[in-house]
Design a protein around this ligand. Structure first.
Ligand code: AHR
Length: 657
């Protein structure tokens, strides 16, 4: 039967409804809960890939603001009327400031506006909004107070669409911060910023930064509010961060080190992003991590959107697809110490070393960290050996911290079987399984967890996405992809006693700078939209429930019979029955739902349905082309007739009285 469905899914691009509708009799045993659904069940996974952080959610508009890219002037152009040798120099003060060694030294010869200047191109341009306030800041020092900076935002024809003047008023040997705000009078998708110099003599410049005034919660130097809002709207149970492969690094020197990402931003040491060079066909030579979005900001984001923080730490091993570099066991202690210190950073009080760092950054209350991941997609006996050392140390000091452990890159095969076995012996709290597979795999695996061990380690579906076509550029977020994920997710929900958490991956992609597709949310400099996959994730998350109840067809879980998939749960907080049904076939069905064990039930329920052509996508122009439509549905004699259109996903909520 699954084979027949595959054929239909693969060959059908436009749905065609059959006129003779089959009736399925489904029974929901409302009073027989089988599992508890954890509040963390549906979450999100943030990785700085596809320009997700710099050039994405981190709202900084200036690329290479501190001249630390490999090519120090990448992103910048020097504009001059007449070339003068040495008038713009990149100076390296390596010994004095190892974290932010470079700055720009500009020498002006009675410069007037238009004689000498810099242009920053932004991250594939700068998104400029009419009427929006822009906040420019800069670090500078100069022997005499003589410099004026003329700031201009320009469109693609170099027309000025917002400008201001910033006078640098301090003189001497130390660095000062200057800032100015101004408004734009046009909307431009791919603008740039000019800085023209006026004055005579030398000025040193660093950390040249521009943020829009509408950051999330209006935090200076904050995040893009449209992107955070899309996350907040999902009400995710957790946020896993910062990766993914960037945790591992292509070698150990490139691994993610959280301690380099906290404290004043000018002291956060920039690093190449591993996705800069990962795919030859999608190289991004200007992809670096400034860490303006660092661990403090990740924790704060988690708190803002009501999600549990799930940081992932390097386990002493770099990416095994790249260098496979690892530290000898005798040198593992600093890695383990990073994990212990992270708990202190998140939860410790002001009298602890790392707790004080958090307090000094403006968050006196603890972040209440409850879990962390050790390693990303690491594998082999080397991983297990290192994990054991982490587990002993972390559980010894913080017995209540749950540890998420890697099962490698694939959900089956020798590597997986070995890790799964070893991790279960170690009584790992969570085993992180990743599945980037075709839609057929997701449909075929809706029963994956039906026969998993019900005790011991829980599963974390840490990364998954349905890939319709691995060809670069064709692997799109179609309704087929989202529908197959929805079918699979009914299986995760049915097995909530086995699967404690799950998250789609990756989260964000900049339409002009992506390396990996499909992705949950696509952005340009001005807009962001959720894909059909996003809409599915959101429907599951907003209709989570707290207890699983059985829903059956001919006494069996509904997991692919006639391409139908279903799960049901009770939301104890609202006393509602929630039923999810995926019809992955090209036929419409009448589903007669009989609700057993119900005392009293409302006469009407709320129905949210998604249905579309399998190739349909969302876009900037049509962001909700594939999105849920709400209606009401009648309930008579504890029975519901739920008509499911071809290729549809329906979520039904009914009040139990
Ligand atoms: O999500 C993209 C990448 O896929 C992640 O970095 C990695 O964990 C996985 O291989």
């Amino acid at each position: 039967m699954i084979k027949r469905l595959m054929l239909v899914l693969l060959t059908t691009t436009v749905f065609s409804a059959s006129f003779s509708q089959q009736t399925n009799s489904l029974i929901v045993k409302v009073a027989q809960p089988t599992a508890t659904i954890e509040p963390t069940m549906w979450g999100i996974f943030f990785e700085d890939i596809n320009f997700g952080a710099d050039g994405g959610i981190y709202a900084e508009m200036v690329k290479n603001r501190s001249f630390e890219f490999f090519k120090p002037l990448m992103g910048w152009t020097v504009n001059r009327k007449k070339f003068v040798e040495g008038e713009v120099l990149v100076v390296n003060r390596g010994e004095e400031n190892t974290r932010n060694p470079r700055f720009l030294r500009v020498t002006m010869n009675n410069a007037a506006k238009g004689d000498l200047g810099l242009t920053n191109e932004g991250f594939r341009g700068m998104g400029i909004k009419k009427g929006m306030r822009y906040d420019l800041s800069i670090l500078y020092r100069q022997p005499q107070a003589h410099t004026k900076l003329h700031i201009e935002l320009i469109d693609t024809t170099k027309r000025v669409v917002g400008d201001t003047v910033l006078s640098l008023t301090e003189a001497g040997d130390s660095w000062h911060k200057a800032a100015v705000s101004f408004h734009a009078n046009e909307t431009v998708l791919k603008g740039k910023m000019n800085i023209w110099f006026e004055g005579n003599g030398v000025v040193d410049l660093d950390m040249i930064s521009l943020f829009p005034g509408d950051t999330w919660k209006n935090r200076p130097g904050g995040m893009r509010s449209d992107m955070v809002q899309l996350l907040a709207d999902m009400k995710p149970g957790f946020i896993r961060f910062p990766g993914g492969c960037i945790v591992e690094g292509f070698d150990l020197s490139n691994r993610y080190r959280w301690k380099n990402t906290v404290g004043p931003i000018e002291e956060r040491q920039l690093m190449i992003n591993r996705w800069n060079i990962e795919f030859p066909h999608q190289n991004a030579p200007d992809y670096f991590q400034t860490f303006g979005l660092g661990f403090f900001e990740y924790f704060q984001l988690a708190e803002d959107i009501g999600a549990e923080a799930l940081p992932i730490l390097n386990c002493g091993m770099a990416c095994q697809f790249n260098s496979a570099e690892l530290v000898p066991m005798k040198d593992l202690d600093p890695f383990i110490q990073d994990a212990l210190d992270l708990v202190e950073f998140a939860n410790g009080d002001v009298n602890t070393k790392w707790g004080k760092v958090r307090v000094d950054m403006g968050h006196p209350a603890p972040f209440n960290l409850k879990m962390m991941g050790i390693g990303n997609e690491n594998w082999g006996p080397q991983y297990i050996e290192r994990l054991k050392a982490f587990q002993t140390a972390i559980k010894g000091k913080y017995p209540n911290i749950k540890l998420i452990c890697s099962s490698g890159t694939d959900p089956k095969g020798e590597r997986f079987d070995y890790l799964n076995g070893e991790l279960r012996k170690l009584n790992a709290d969570f085993i992180d399984e990743h599945y980037y597979r075709k839609p057929e795999w997701f449909l075929q695996n809706a029963r994956r967890y039906d026969n998993y061990p019900r005790t011991g380690s829980k599963v974390f579906g840490g990364e998954y996405a349905s890939h319709v076509d691995k060809t670069v550029g064709n692997n799109r977020n179609t309704w087929l992809a989202a529908l197959s994920e929805a079918a699979f997710m009914t299986g995760l929900e049915r097995n909530a006693d086995v699967v404690g958490m799950a998250s789609y991956a990756p989260l964000f992609a900049n339409v002009d700078a992506w390396q990996w597709a499909p992705d949950l949310i696509w952005v340009n400099n001005l807009q962001a939209y959720g894909t059909p996959d996003y809409q599915v994730q959101k429907l599951f998350s907003l209709n989570k429930g707290s207890k699983v109840v059985p829903i059956t067809l001919n006494n069996e879980a509904v997991a692919g019979q006639d391409s139908l998939y279903a799960s049901a749960c009770i939301d104890a907080a609202t006393n509602e029955l929630i039923i999810k049904v995926v019809n992955a076939s090209d036929k419409a069905f009448n589903n007669a739902l009989q609700l057993d064990g119900v005392k009293k039930i409302a006469a009407k329920g709320k129905l949210l349905s998604m249905q579309s052509d399998l190739t349909a996508v969302n876009s900037f122009d049509s962001p909700t082309n594939v999105a849920p439509v709400e209606s009401t549905i009648a309930i008579k004699n504890k029975k519901i007739v739920l008509n499911t259109a071809p290729y549809s996903f329906s979520v039904l909520r009914v009040k139990l009285e």
